[in-house]
Write a protein that binds this ligand. Structure first.
Ligand SMILES: [Zn+2]
Length: 342
């Protein structure tokens, strides 16, 4: 089969569109013909080897994907060839302390596509049968591949960790990113007022079109003042932050007393200076968040399936152009998601 792999870590030039061994499903496994695979900034980190995850080489990236069952291994009877499916991006053990406490997103033995299992930058991928779920008839492969990670992550941040309530005001950083654009849709669904930031006008316009109530260009400075102005003179209740660096400080300063900030990423700066005085004086809560649990992922995929949420696809490129797809992400050009199609 054709796959995009790298034989050494580095820049985009290490990616090779090449022949790779055809995977064969074993006991309890299925073969999925990949029709669309979503890209994540995590892919760039893995390629560059800055992710703190060791990978065997050559390696195939691709955390989230959707496609058709192309074959089944021994003992599999619940799906058959031709079924349209999406594949759970991470397989929890369901036996460790965290899985048993209902926090399978913190599983200590999880196996994730792109890290412990070769991913979807390929024509075919092997999946355990319990990881494949039927795709609603009118949900495209593209939407399923684009939506899983970012909508689940944003759902976990807003609903589970941030406990967003109707009528609250939420500030969402970086509207154009996958998580940012998903968070706008989910916060509106939850009945919140949404203010969001971005660095370019086309992203701000797209955020408004997706339901944001107010937008701020962070390159123009004054994020805190603008947020207060857009929130009728008040500080905000909840911040959804996922880029780190300077933006973290600007966003946390928009919080009211006892406000919550939920963070899930730091590509703009993972180690930052942080003044703890306003943190304790205002009783701010800073809450870490990861991708969601298996039940949350299924819930979100249902809501994508019935059209409640609509992943925005900035670009869909052939798999052979994976390097260009990664460039779009690295240059932060997109509003929403970039996908590749084998
Ligand atoms: Zn576990």
């Amino acid at each position: 089969m054709k796959a995009v792999r790298f034989h050494e870590h580095g820049g985009r030039d290490v990616l090779r569109y090449e022949d790779a061994p055809d995977p064969v499903p074993g006991e309890g496994e299925v073969l999925v013909r990949v029709r669309a695979c979503g890209l994540n900034h995590f892919d760039v980190d893995l390629r560059e080897n800055v992710s703190r995850w060791p990978l065997p080489l050559p390696w195939t990236l691709g955390v989230e994907f959707a496609g058709e069952i192309a074959g089944v291994g021994p003992g599999v009877s619940s799906v058959s060839e031709g079924d349209r499916v999406w594949v759970l991006h991470e397989l929890p053990c369901m036996e460790c302390q965290y899985c048993l406490e209902g926090m399978d997103n913190l599983c200590e033995n999880a196996r994730m596509y792109s890290v412990q299992m070769p991913g979807g930058y390929a024509e075919y991928v092997i999946a355990p049968v319990e990881a494949v779920f039927p795709l609603a008839d009118d949900t495209s492969f593209d939407s399923a591949a684009a939506g899983q990670i970012v909508f689940t992550t944003a759902w976990h941040m807003l609903v589970t960790r941030g406990k967003v309530r109707p009528g609250e005001t939420v500030l969402i950083s970086a509207a154009g990113s996958g998580v940012g654009h998903a968070a706008i849709q989910i916060a509106k669904y939850a009945g919140a007022k949404v203010i969001t930031t971005a660095g370019s006008q086309h992203k701000l316009d797209a955020a408004l079109a997706d339901g944001a109530d107010g937008v701020i260009n962070y390159n123009e400075g004054g994020v805190t003042e603008r947020a207060i102005e857009l929130n009728d003179g008040k500080l905000v209740d909840l911040v959804i932050e996922h880029i780190g660096g300077e933006q973290f400080g600007q966003c946390i300063n928009t919080l009211r007393k006892n406000g919550r900030l939920v963070t899930c990423g730091g590509h703009a700066g993972e180690v930052i200076e942080f003044d703890i005085v306003p943190l304790f004086r205002n009783e701010w809560q800073v809450i870490g968040s990861r991708v969601g649990t298996k039940p949350e992922t299924r819930k979100v995929m249902e809501l994508i399936g019935d059209g409640t949420f609509e992943p925005r696809i900035h670009a869909a490129l052939p798999l052979s152009e994976a390097a260009e797809a990664m460039r779009i992400i690295e240059d932060r050009e997109q509003f929403g998601k970039v996908i590749v199609k084998p």
